[in-house]
Ligand binder design. Structure first.
Ligand SMILES: NC(=O)c1ccc[n+]([C@@H]2O[C@H](COP(=O)([O-])OP(=O)(O)OC[C@H]3O[C@@H](n4cnc5c(N)ncnc54)[C@H](O)[C@@H]3O)[C@@H](O)[C@H]2O)c1
Length: 252
């Protein structure tokens, strides 16, 4: 088991990639804190992990709130008395449409959930990782950061910020033995799909997006989870500051 004796928080683990990451980490021996703003779906993830024989605990969190992120750390430590891995996965987008149609409120919301969350996560968890002599962050950015699609301009910018911030964190936190890496998924059929496409979820519309992916399909939660598993595990002990594309060749 590749994450035996580890405790991992996965934000946004009630759905999509986050649920896949939580399930994969649990299968590999980690004890999981499922953090999500949606209590019903977060508890479903916990139930699925437990039904498969794993250990998981739900904590309600809004990753855009400092007080909420602090509570996430406190409750994770209270429950497991340890914490080694934080996957900053929770994210949001504006609907795919021309950039000037996005409202200021939408802009503020996605920057709060996608970017401020990384700041708050650092504020909350770096002191703990420093005290224990190390730790791991895996941040879910996107191919949007490096090969942006039209219609998602402000979302693309949030993910660019996640990539650059992660690299800078890696440089600054290396001496503390804190590793920081990103995973960049290409489009996948999660809760955000119709927002990313900006059109109904039909086979014809999906085909337009698949056309730009050399391996000829969307990414899946398993694809993303397996990349996160490697980066979170001790196999990646000397890997920090990388952004691993999980994109079937989209960014070539
Ligand atoms: N699906 C894609 O095509 C795609 C591609 C690249 C990157 N991503 C990124 O993957 C990550 C996961 O998204 P997904 O595609 O699985 O979508 P999803 O909608 O299926 O899952 C997102 C989860 O985050 C939770 N969440 C939203 N706001 C939150 C908040 N403020 N606090 C806590 N939890 C919150 C939601 O309740 C949900 O469970 C996001 O960061 C997204 O930007 C997605």
């Amino acid at each position: 088991m590749r994450l035996q004796n580890k405790v991992a928080i996965v934000t946004g683990a009630g759905s999509g990639f986050g649920r896949g990451i939580a399930e994969t980490f649990a299968r590999e021996g980690a004890r999981i804190v499922v953090g999500d703003i949606n209590e019903a779906t977060g508890r479903e993830t916990v139930a699925q992990i437990q039904a498969a024989g794993g250990q998981a605990h739900f904590v309600a969190v809004d990753v855009a709130s400092a007080a909420s992120m602090d509570r996430l750390r406190e409750q994770a430590l209270a429950h497991y008395s340890a914490l080694h891995i934080v996957v900053n996965n929770a994210g949001a987008t504006h609907r795919n449409r021309p950039m000037l149609e996005i409202t200021e409120a939408e802009f503020d919301r996605i920057y709060a959930i996608n970017v401020k969350s990384i700041f708050l996560s650092a504020q909350s968890f770096v002191p703990h990782f420093r005290r224990q002599g190390g730790g791991v962050f895996v941040n879910i950015a996107s191919t949007a950061a490096i090969r942006p699609r039209p219609g998602l301009t402000w979302y693309n910018g949030t993910k660019g910020a996640v990539v650059t911030t992660s690299k800078s964190m890696a440089a600054e936190l290396g001496p503390d033995r804190i590793r920081v890496n990103c995973v960049n998924p290409v489009i996948g059929a999660t809760g955000l799909l119709t927002e990313f496409m900006g059109q109904p979820d039909t086979p014809e519309n999906r085909a337009k997006f698949v056309a730009g992916i050399p391996l000829g399909r969307f990414s899946t939660p398993d694809d993303v989870a397996n990349a996160c598993l490697y980066l979170a595990s001790d196999e990646a002990a000397f890997i920090t500051g990388v952004c691993l594309e999980v994109d079937g060749g989209r960014c070539l």
